[in-house]
Design a protein around this ligand. Structure first.
Ligand code: SF4
Length: 398
């Protein structure tokens, strides 16, 4: 068995795991998994204690992107039947953000599809940020708008944007396999621009796209070199209508090992379990919170997550605290009470009207896959397209 204890001791003392260590982690046995999680958990607690940072996504503009990222339901030529809409009005963006804040988030992530924003788009997001911050003191805002041009990162920073998300997604050596309309270097350039302008760099991964273990390690090394303050780890959601449809190559154990590798290679970076956690970590999600210190609440950009109350249950049951709240338990009770009151007052919005995806409130991010998918239909989940929250008339999952 690899010497996880030594790796954790070093990580707590300021020496991150090497690429060779990370490869050993990725290739370690299921027999050693709990020991690995415990040692990575020690590093997590050394740097972040028992806190969980809750983030909430607001999809400001959905679909119709001219880029061809193979994993993305919003890509050029995607047949995925996602919601497609242009920019939300500013007031609606704030309203959606405030659902997430009421649900426990301390950071809202304002996301728009597309290659990159025009200067007018940047002004639009700057105004939204000012409005959200004026009405919600203490909130953090992260923007995710694609490739940035000269002056745009500075404009966002001046408006009060705290962080900029732009994922590297995969290793440079794998990049051409997943996208032909831009390069890995283009992505690095935008993260650098954001960082230089004083925005906190948020950049992470998507795993489960056919990459090798070496390429996972290569990508983590690149994120470390970029100085990414927060690292979202997405697990591929293989949407129908995209080139990666039907790709299910992760196991819950592998997902945990990947998170542990990131934790030990980037010990003091915020590590976020992101899209696809319900589908791929499945019943091991709570263990992942002992390694990662952050998650997204509720739904993702184009697909549904598990019920937001289940996210809070997982945090409370694990004995964690939520940043921005004195008591995770009290928050959970407040959220429950407020949802019960809302359902009683507007029952058609909370229930009967949303028959087309009502399963999303009880099942984790999807429904049983049709027979034949991956040969294990009872365990595999397929994406449920988001039909609530931003861009719809239905209450969000927050
Ligand atoms: S990941 Fe972003 S840039 Fe790539 S296709 Fe999707 S929306 Fe467009």
């Amino acid at each position: 068995m690899p010497n996880f204890t030594l790796m954790a001791d070093r990580a707590c003392a300021g020496t991150a795991a090497s690429a060779a260590d990370a490869l050993e982690i990725l290739r370690s046995s299921d027999d050693d998994l709990l020991e690995l999680v415990a040692t990575a958990g020690r590093v997590r607690r050394h740097h972040f204690g028992d806190s969980v940072k809750v983030n909430y996504l607001v999809n400001l503009k959905s679909g119709l992107c001219p880029e061809d990222c193979g994993y993305c339901s919003q890509r050029l030529g995607s047949d995925t039947e996602i919601l497609k809409y242009s920019w939300l009005p500013g007031e609606e963006a704030r309203r959606q953000a405030e659902f997430g804040l009421a649900g426990g988030a301390s950071r809202v992530c304002l996301v728009a599809s597309g290659r990159g924003p025009s200067n007018r788009d940047v002004d639009r997001v700057a105004s939204m940020t000012e409005d959200i911050k004026a009405n919600n003191p203490g909130v953090e805002v992260c923007a995710c708008l694609g490739f940035l041009k000269d002056g745009q990162a500075e404009r966002l920073r001046t408006a009060g944007v705290d962080a900029y998300n732009h994922n590297l997604n995969t290793a440079e050596s794998n990049y051409a396999e997943i996208c032909s309309t831009h390069t890995f270097a283009d992505r690095v350039d935008t993260v650098d621009r954001a960082h230089t302008a004083g925005l906190s760099p948020c950049s992470g991964l998507i795993v489960g796209m056919g990459e090798s273990d070496e390429q996972i390690v290569e990508a983590i090394e690149a994120l470390r070199a970029l100085g990414s303050d927060s690292i979202p780890v997405n697990f591929l959601i293989p949407f129908d209508g995209t080139p990666l449809a039907g790709t299910y190559e992760l196991t819950p154990q592998k997902c945990l090992r990947i998170l542990c590798a990131v934790r030990l290679m980037c010990p003091d970076s915020e590590l976020r379990i992101a899209g696809g956690r319900e589908m791929h970590l499945r019943t091991l999600q709570p263990l992942a919170l002992h390694v990662a210190n952050s998650l997204f609440l509720g739904d993702y950009l184009t697909s549904e997550g598990q019920d937001a109350e289940a996210d809070l249950d997982m945090i409370v049951d694990g004995g964690f605290s939520i940043i921005g709240h004195d008591s995770a338990e009290v928050l959970r009770e407040q959220v429950r009470a407020s949802k019960a009151a809302h359902t009683a007052a507007f029952s058609p919005v909370g229930g009967a009207e949303r028959t087309e995806s009502a399963a999303g409130s009880t099942l984790p991010c999807g429904k049983s896959a049709p027979t034949g998918v991956s040969g294990e239909s009872e365990n595999v989940l397929v994406p449920t397209i988001r039909r609530r929250g931003a861009g719809t008339a239905f209450s969000p999952n927050a």
